[in-house]
Design a protein. Structure first.
Length: 247
């Protein structure tokens, strides 16, 4: 299926968190597009490159790796698309989604913000200057519907929700600043749906089979959403079906 028709070929894209389920699916879709000539796949776990893909390391615990990743794309020319597909919901017994305020603890909260908010913000810092200025260009970060303050009726998952809400605010600030001198650049958040991955695996119990997306399906929908967006949509968060998620 031909995608990304609203972008100007040849396209160069970077995916951060390419070792993840959704990140890997983005890389696969981008590779398959004839209009895409180069895909940079950055990840904490090592990945193999090949067939348009250049793989490289990027770990949010080491800002120099973010700077080096950005620099490694420079020689090829401007980027058209930067997708941040990293994220963290749980990490061992000490970092699990909190069911009650009694579970709140400093280190796990800081970790949730480090991976879900600060890392993507630093990616924006170092990659935004590399986006094309003379045509549609997009910086997109995977957020989550549960990061919507207005939509929060269940509570719980304090650290993840709060870190994604903070990511959404980063995206809004980036969009406002970038619009001043890059009229064709969009900064948006994306909600992928409930997707079969290591991140969602412990929480898939109550999810009906037809509501649990394969990563390839979700990433395909999200690329189509990005394709349909215009600069007027910058700063917002969109779900896999193109609907806007309230702040
Ligand atoms: N799956 C869902 O149902 C769902 C729903 C809503 C939103 N989301 C969001 O979608 C995004 C992708 O999730 P996923 O389901 O594909 O999860 P996943 O398969 O667990 O992938 C997570 C990715 O984040 C990377 N990452 C974690 N810590 C990192 C760090 N310190 N530095 C750099 N990279 C780091 C992982 O890298 P390594 O594996 O190499 O360590 C991996 O590439 C996340 O932002 C998530 O919050 C997912």
């Amino acid at each position: 299926m031909t995608r990304l028709k609203s972008f100007t070929p040849p396209l160069r894209a970077a995916v951060i968190g390419a070792s993840g389920s959704i990140g890997g699916a983005f890389v696969g879709h981008l590779q398959a597009q004839p209009s895409v000539t180069q895909v940079y796949a950055f990840s904490r776990s090592p990945l193999a490159g090949g067939n348009k893909v250049i793989a490289g390391p990027l770990d949010y615990d080491d800002e120099t790796s973010i700077i080096a990743a950005a620099e490694s794309t420079r020689a090829g020319g401007p980027l058209d698309l930067v997708i941040v597909a990293s994220g963290l919901l749980h990490e061992g017994p000490d970092l699990q989604p909190e069911k009650s305020y009694r579970m709140l603890a400093g280190e796990p909260l800081a970790r949730a913000f480090q991976v879900n908010t600060i890392g993507p913000a630093l990616v924006a810092r170092h990659f935004l200057p590399l986006l094309a200025r003379d045509r549609k260009a997009v910086f997109a970060a995977l957020s989550a519907r549960v990061g919507s303050i207005g939509d929060n009726r269940l509570g719980g998952w304090y650290g993840y929700r709060a870190a994604k809400a903070a990511l959404n605010m980063m995206i809004r600030c980036l969009a406002i600043e970038v619009a001043r001198n890059r009229k064709q650049t969009l900064c948006v958040g994306l909600h992928p749906g409930t997707v079969d991955s290591a991140l969602s695996e412990p929480f898939q119990g109550g999810v009906a089979d037809d509501k649990l997306f394969a990563p390839e399906r979700s990433a395909g929908h999200l690329l189509d959403v990005l394709d349909a967006l215009t600069p007027a949509d910058s700063g917002k968060v969109f779900a896999w079906d193109g609907t806007e998620i309230p702040s």
